[in-house]
Design a protein around this ligand. Structure first.
Ligand SMILES: [Zn+2]
Length: 179
């Protein structure tokens, strides 16, 4: 699966709302920015991928290696890669959606994600409790309030009830709606 950095996240439709941007969905043969990572970035990424936001369909493989990568080892720990996504939050409001394979891309292939993502991942790792609850809240918001469904305001539902119209039945036509 390949998406350019900072394009709107659309891979898992129900989680595509609320403005998450793609980061680190690399593809074989497509150029990407490179820079040897510093330890702070690697440590921060490693901590954040321990707290995945959602499980993806199937396995996301590394397109840069010739072999299947299913796990990565870092500082005497091993984590499975390829079937989870993380959400990273910038304190200014940006939300980034990345496969957890991003750790491998940065660690092994020296992928250099955009500055704002690097700032955000450092901040999330330094504020792990904040990051975990932010991630949970974001996923809950996406699951409970999908923007792609028509939202009917409570005031409209109340006026239907007053007029004996069940909100569960076909909504009134435009002309019948209260002003
Ligand atoms: Zn690889």
């Amino acid at each position: 699966m390949h998406f350019k950095d900072l394009t709107p996240y659309t891979y898992m439709a129900r989680y595509s709302e609320y403005g998450a941007k793609n980061i680190g969905w690399l593809k074989a043969g497509e150029d990407f920015p490179k820079n040897p990572p510093d330890d702070d970035l690697l440590d921060a990424l490693w901590e954040t991928i321990k707290h995945p936001a959602i499980r993806t369909r199937g396995m996301h493989r590394c397109d840069q290696c010739n072999k299947k990568i299913r796990e990565e080892r870092y500082k005497n720990q091993t984590l499975l890669l390829g079937s989870n996504e993380i959400r990273i939050f910038h304190k200014e409001g940006d939300i980034f959606a990345a496969p957890n394979m991003i750790f491998h891309y940065v660690y092994i292939h020296h992928y250099n994600p955009p500055l704002k993502f690097r700032e955000a991942v450092l901040y999330c790792a330094q504020n792990l409790d904040w990051y975990k609850s932010k991630s949970n809240d974001h996923i809950q918001l996406c699951e409970e309030n999908p923007l792609n469904l028509v939202r009917i305001p409570d005031s409209v539902k109340r006026s239907w009830l007053r007029r004996g119209v069940s909100p569960l039945k076909t909504p009134p036509t435009k002309a019948e709606e209260p002003q």
